[in-house]
Write a protein that binds this ligand. Structure first.
Ligand code: NAD
Length: 355
């Protein structure tokens, strides 16, 4: 990539990062000029959502706990109707990518400003990308209206995220940065953020694996998640994200776990065509190679490393390949059916890739 030829358009959002920053929520709602904030969450995160609602006092329009994985259109409709019934002029999405996704679905239709309070490392809070599932098909799109206006990063809130979920969520975030480093529309600012994000997450995840409540490691991971999420919001993704989207959508495989299995194989595939990006990824994780380094990191941290163990039927690999080849998209290495079939076979079996 030549850094004498690029376009950089910054996505506007206000980021507040501090331990205990949830305590500033009322201030941030007021700063948006809002008076009635509806707090969104999944049923599992009712407790933290109620705490957020209590912090808002009279500026709370209550809690809507109907966020669901993949944002089914029915849940988006219920949330939109509820927001309108309670007269909300702002929504606070507290949770992972699914809850932030519900906030985006409301914003897409109503333009309601969203404050995101992420409790995983998925990174959706930094992107103008939305996804809504209708009749079993997840449609994604970009719209500046869905980009959260304010993001409150409070490392204390991810303290309760289990080690297995932290690991896959963190590697999901690394995937955004890794593909950002070889993006066709990449730029030097995003590459700096990507490299730093991968470094912070690799260190932070090792720390969480040693001691799940380690405050510094939790902060490092959330900091990395912010950087990697920003990369996803600013530049286009390639083969790895396409494969994961296909596997998740067609075979209902779990999102972050699928990213964790596929990433080393996608990087091994792209390595010959993107040597500089691959070298930066390897340096950031502190390994001689990017593909083997990430594979070893996932294994060291106890993650599942094969699609087979995630419940992927072997006969589904052929369909995945067809779908991956069906709609052409930019990738540093051209899509070659034979090599892609090998990639999928290796990911299915959990074979250590070659750099
Ligand atoms: P998630 O939001 O589905 O959360 C998984 C579960 O973990 C939920 O039950 C949630 O309530 C719970 N949880 C979240 N944080 C917790 C915590 N700190 N402690 C205990 N439990 C907690 O998972 P995710 O991986 O964050 O998000 C995945 C979804 O986000 C996918 O649908 C993906 O497509 C989407 N996503 C979108 C973008 C984008 O830019 N649009 C980016 C990344 C991910």
């Amino acid at each position: 990539m030549q850094w004498n030829d690029f376009v950089f358009v910054a996505q506007p959002s206000r980021v507040v990062f501090a331990r205990g920053s949830l305590g500033r929520l009322a201030q941030e709602v007021a700063a948006l000029g809002a008076r009635r904030a509806l707090v969104l969450c999944t049923p599992q995160q009712m407790e933290v959502a109620q705490a957020a609602s209590a912090l808002l006092g009279p500026a709370s329009a209550g809690v809507f706990s109907g966020a669901e994985m993949h944002v089914p259109i029915e849940s988006a409709r219920r949330a939109r109707q509820h927001a309108s019934e309670v007269g909300a002029d702002c929504a606070v999405a507290i949770g992972g990518g699914s809850t932030v996704g519900l906030g985006k679905a409301i914003a897409l239709e109503s333009g309601l400003p969203i404050i995101a309070v992420p409790t995983t490392y998925a990174g959706s809070e930094m992107t103008p990308i939305y996804g809504i599932t209708e009749a079993g098909v997840k449609k994604t799109g970009r719209d500046p209206r869905v980009l959260p206006k304010t993001v409150l990063y409070d490392p204390e809130l991810s303290q309760g995220l289990s080690v297995p979920m932290s690991v896959v969520s963190g590697i999901n975030a690394i995937a955004h940065a890794a593909e950002g480093l070889y993006a066709i529309d990449g730029n030097p600012v995003m590459s700096l953020m990507a490299e730093e994000g991968i470094r912070a997450l690799a260190q932070g995840l090792r720390g969480i694996h040693r001691a799940p409540a380690d405050a510094a490691a939790r902060s490092a991971c959330l900091y990395g998640a912010w950087l990697c999420g920003s990369v996803l919001g600013h530049v286009g993704m390639s083969l790895h994200h396409k494969l994961c989207h296909t596997l998740g959508g067609t075979f209902n495989l779990p999102h972050a776990e699928t990213h964790t299995v596929v990433l080393p194989h996608a990087l091994a595939y792209n390595a010959p065509a993107a040597p500089q990006a691959i070298a930066r990824i390897a340096a950031a994780i502190g390994a001689p190679g990017a593909a083997t380094g990430l594979f070893d990191l996932a294994r060291e941290l106890g993650a599942t490393i094969s699609l087979r163990e995630l419940g992927m039927p072997k006969e589904g690999l052929r369909r995945t390949l067809e779908l991956a080849l069906a709609n052409p998209y930019w990738n540093p290495r051209p899509l070659e059916a034979g090599a892609l079939a090998e990639l999928l076979d290796d990911a299915w079996a959990g074979v250590r890739p070659r750099d």
